[in-house]
Ligand binder design. Structure first.
Ligand SMILES: Nc1ncnc2c1ncn2[C@@H]1O[C@H](COP(=O)(O)OP(=O)(O)OP(=O)(O)O)[C@@H](O)[C@H]1O
Length: 300
């Protein structure tokens, strides 16, 4: 277990994390979600012990073995895939026999066995991340830290990377993983939402969804009327939020009947629609917290 006690971390004048009190390291996957600059990397580096709090304390379980996958690819690009793993195994003190056995296991597990001799620098984004994860779990850590492991990875490889993370967690390694992809919350057992260096919430994914306080309306194919409707909707007291998603218009309201009837009428008049009522998606669920924190327009 790792406990943060009123931890503040500054870089010069800039406060990256403010008064953080939290406990990390439960079994399973703990996701870390927040917009650019929220403080995710700073939090992970503090857990890893790579940087230290400016104020406050971090209490860490003794003899905690950590694995760390940083935001930027940290393997030796000129070395082969298996060669990189040998190197990490050596660093972690595995003797030759145990190292070879573990590397065979990891190559097979990541489907990188066909590429064992390939230069690490020539791998695709997804394969690079799989190699980085294999190197980080070489010594079977108690806690694996991953800083945006799916950033810039194509959607199919993202699924592969999550499959690996889930296997690591099932085998008993606790995982702390940051992401900018909100829908990846569904892979986590718990999600910590960071914004401007503060923790806004730390709950199970289903709890976020269940506590969403608004009914959601979606006007499909609202292309031509979006701009006009958005400005009208934002003046309506019964509308909590209205925004465009692709060619759709999304509206949140506590008074769903009034808003629903109004949207239906508009859609008929302007030949837009259909108008549907739906459940909030991950963007709705997390944007609500940013909005309540006084920032409606912040980009994820
Ligand atoms: N070395 C540094 N010197 C000065 N400011 C920094 C430094 N590292 C981070 N910051 C600032 O601290 C804040 C938090 O940064 P951090 O990298 O932890 O956020 P993040 O959530 O990981 O964002 P990103 O997804 O952009 O990496 C940001 O405003 C950032 O500009």
């Amino acid at each position: 277990m790792i406990r943060f006690q009123e931890v503040t971390r500054r870089y010069g004048e800039k406060t990256a994390l403010k008064d953080i009190g939290l406990t990390l390291g439960e079994a399973g996957i703990h996701g870390l979600i927040g917009p650019d600059g929220a403080g995710k990397t700073t939090l992970i580096k503090l857990v890893a012990g790579l940087i230290h709090p400016t104020e406050g304390k971090i209490l860490r379980e003794k003899k905690l073995r950590l694995g760390y996958v940083p935001e930027t690819f940290a393997m030796y690009e000129e070395m082969g895939v298996a060669e990189n793993l040998h190197f990490y195994g050596q660093l972690n003190g595995l003797d030759r026999e145990r190292r070879q056995k573990r590397i065979d296991e990891l190559l097979c597990w990541t489907d990188l066995d066909r590429f064992a001799d390939r230069r690490a620098g020539s791998l695709s984004g997804g394969m690079k991340q799989k190699l980085a994860i294999a190197a980080a779990v070489m010594h079977r850590p108690d806690l694996l830290l991953l800083d945006e492991p799916t950033n810039g990875v194509d959607p199919l490889s993202r699924r592969e990377v999550w499959r690996l993370i889930q296997t690591v967690a099932r085998e008993g390694t606790r995982v702390l993983v940051s992401t900018q992809y909100l829908d990846e919350a569904r892979h986590c057992d718990r999600v910590l939402l960071l914004h401007r260096g503060r923790v806004l919430a730390d709950e199970k994914p289903q709890e976020y969804r269940q506590s969403f306080p608004y009914r959601v309306w979606i006007v499909r194919d609202a292309g031509g009327v979006r701009g006009k409707w958005l400005s009208q909707l934002r003046q309506e007291s019964s509308v909590a939020e209205a925004y465009s998603r692709g060619t759709d218009l999304v509206v949140w309201s506590r008074e769903a009947e009034t808003v629903g009837r109004m949207l239906e009428r508009w859609a008929q008049e302007e030949e837009a629609g259909p108008v549907e009522t739906g459940s909030p998606d991950w963007e709705d669920v997390f944007t609500r917290y940013l909005m309540e924190d006084g920032e409606g327009e912040e980009k994820w």
